[in-house]
Design a protein around this ligand. Sequence first.
Ligand SMILES: Cc1ncc(COP(=O)(O)O)c(C=O)c1O
Length: 365
Amino acid sequence: VSDERPLIAPRDEVASMEGYFSPQLDVSVRLNANEAPEPPPPGFVAALASEINDVALNRYPDRVAVELRRAIGELHCVDVDHVYAANGSNEVIQSLLLAYGGPGRTAVVFEPTYALHSHIPRITGTAVLAGERDKDYLVSPEEVDRVLAEAARTDPNEPAVVFLCSPNNPTGRVESFDLIEHVLELAPGLVIVDEAYGQFAPRSALELSSAHRNLVVVRTFSKTWSLAALRLGYAIADPEVVDALFSVSLPYHLDALKQAAGRIALGYVDDMHDRVRRLVAERERLITELGARFVDVVPSQANYILFRVPGRGAHDVWETLVGQSVIVRDLSTFADLDDFLRVTVGTASENDLFLAALDVVLAES
Ligand SMILES: Cc1ncc(COP(=O)(O)O)c(C=O)c1O
């Protein structure tokens, strides 16, 4: 290249950040990304293959994905104008922050929680104010009061956005309805309840949507629907919010195959709930097995478990497991999760391989 002038730097907040990468290693047992261990049912794959014949590939897809959104609405008993869909729930959250965040606005999170809840605000120029979970990794009403008061100090309309995550990633704890209602009543802006793992919880915050216009519930096809490769997620929100989300969406952001795949997947809701039941049984078995090995375990209501091997560093445990072709999530980057790791619940045989690999770690200790 003959032009040797330095390239322009990205915006300051982007220049100082790293993208979000979860390691994708070529190992036999992948228990690091909370994916479903089972594929979607064969009937779904066959129906999708035959649908491809009907897709007009030379034409742009439906800009507002009305059939897919209507099907999602039917699942949750809401009209289509309450539903927004995008390429994964991360993109849904990005659209929410593009519309409601930005310079001069603040998003509140309660750590430790899903890293993208602060990463996405930052890339959209939104300030992040972090509260702390209590010793049981739950959000307390006192902490909500403290953090919301702090955000409102300079502007009573702030924070523009509050994130809750239930079940919370990476801790697996479910927030009480009282707590969610408390936040909805107090928050001047939107309350985004991330229910990526909502099918594992006894209740959904959606029960509160008729009473609270500021509630946005975000869900995904990546976990319980066994469709992480599809990249599809959605929000259920007030129609005014859905309109704002369409204002910031790129035209035709959801491709035609994805729209069809999501709609077809919703015909297999019973299979999805069966998979959830199998995962819950495996989760409980894993918790018992970990307890029997004197490993510290945080009770989980999701498809992953936070655990710690007493006396061993998280990264050291992670490396020994990877050495045996088992990958879990190393949480060393979370300041408040000293030496914890997170294991996704896999199939029975994957979980056995994980336990066998963990026995090797313990034998070294
Ligand atoms: C709490 C939470 N929200 C959102 C996501 C992102 O999911 P998606 O694949 O729909 O972008 C994840 C993925 O791990 C998650 O744990």
